[in-house]
Design a protein around this ligand. Structure first.
Ligand code: PLP
Length: 393
């Protein structure tokens, strides 16, 4: 056997497993920036058949995760991105052109709002923000140039529901596409494509990965739309990396166990908070006084709506702080969708740039807390909240 220098041996020995036809029990992480080819014939065939070449164009971990998401969301194809925002910006920039018009729910994730208002204007695209709770507002905002309508299923943090079937109808009657962010609700509660949406987006950073250790995003839609969006992703450099895709794929395996458990706990917590005299209001679709109860029943059925809720305490910041410090389990965290229950304070975080008057009209006051419910034992979690509320006694 030939012997080469240390460096050459270190590079080429120990690689016999590469290329072997193995059947590992779980999908390995393909931490490689490229796939090698031998000879022009193989090069030509690989490019012609859309095989694996360079990491930014295709990667097996992205592809595997995409297959799972297409199945969960009931769509033809999925593209996996470096973040939820990567999925949103890339899709908008790929599908919209100068002169186009977008109608966006005014009650939307802050950075989606910023993308719509700051980036799309540079692109020459006009955006109308309106309240989607009354779909007549959408109808009124339609223009001949309207190409896309954008909403989340349940708004953050007030959990106002959008009637997806109705909005899809308005979009299609006017030749526009409906794009829906399913991050709060996940395909476990609702599949927006079944309600007529054309594109469904997920921040995989949240409940679908569920372990607070990876960032990613996806869109699921038709192959034809993916064919338009994928080249833009390549150019903007927004595809997901293999390790994050692998982690999210691993997390998604247990989403159908974690998310229903968290949704059931959210329902129990919402009911317990609503019954507490210190709590002025609780926002969760499971509650009897939820203003869109019938629509929620039609859209979610018996599956549960989402593991997020918000509630309102008196506008006393010192007491609010004492309450949060008195909680044994939940901690403040500027994210959602993890294994642990986490809290956020919309007025000082997600909605800090929104004027107080507008916030109050949206139902967001300084006493509001948003909760992302985790997989703790429901009795332990509810008892923790009720005990911490004693600071108001
Ligand atoms: N959509 C919603 C509803 C979100 O809450 C977030 C992030 O919090 C995003 C999109 C953006 O996702 P990412 O942080 O993965 O970019």
């Amino acid at each position: 056997m030939d012997h080469f220098s240390y460096t050459t041996e270190a590079l080429y020995q120990g690689e016999k497993v590469r290329g072997m036809d193995l059947a590992p029990e779980t999908i390995p992480c393909f931490m490689t920036t490229a796939f090698t080819m031998r000879g022009f014939k193989e090069v030509q065939e690989t490019y012609a058949t859309g095989g694996y070449t360079y990491i930014r164009s295709r990667n097996p971990n992205r592809a595997a995760l995409g297959e799972v998401l297409s199945c969960l969301e009931g769509g033809e194809q999925t593209l996996v991105f470096s973040s939820g925002m990567g999925a949103i910006t890339t899709t908008l920039l790929a599908l919209l052109e100068r002169g186009d018009h977008v109608i966006c729910n005014a009650n939307i994730y802050g950075e989606t709002f910023a993308t719509m208002s700051k980036i799309l204007s540079k692109w020459g695209v006009e955006v109308t923000f309106t309240n989607f709770q009354d779909t007549q507002n959408i109808q009124n905002a339609i223009r001949p140039q309207t190409k896309l309508i954008y909403t989340e299923v349940l708004s953050n943090p007030t959990l106002v529901l959008t009637d997806l079937r109705e909005v899809a109808k308005i979009a299609h009657e006017n030749g526009a596409l409906l794009m829906v962010d399913n991050t709060f609700t996940t395909p476990i509660s609702i599949r927006p494509l079944d309600f007529g949406a054309d594109i469904v987006m997920n921040s995989l950073t949240k409940f679908l990965n569920g372990h607070s250790d990876a960032i990613g995003g996806s869109i699921t839609t038709t192959k034809a739309l993916c064919d338009k969006i994928q080249p833009m992703s390549m150019l903007l450099g927004t595809p997901g990396d293999p390790f994050s895709s692998w982690l999210i794929h691993r997390g998604i395996h247990t989403a159908s166990l974690r998310v229903p458990q968290a949704m059931a706990t959210a329902e129990k917590l919402a009911a317990a908070l609503a019954a507490n005299p210190h709590v002025t209001k609780v926002n969760h679709p499971s509650l009897p006084d939820y203003p869109q109860r019938q629509l929620a029943g039609e859209m979610f059925g018996k599956k549960g709506s989402c593991p997020m809720l918000s509630f309102i305490l008196p506008e006393d910041m010192e007491k609010l702080d004492q309450f949060m410090l008195a909680l044994r389990f939940p901690r403040y965290a500027p994210t959602l969708g993890g294994l642990h229950t986490t809290l956020s304070h919309p007025v000082t975080s997600s909605h800090m740039d929104v004027p107080d008057e507008t916030r109050r009209k949206m139902g967001i006051t300084p006493g509001m807390l948003r909760v992302s419910v985790g997989i703790e034992d429901p009795e332990d979690l509810v008892a923790d909240f009720i005990n911490a509320l004693k600071v108001y006694d």
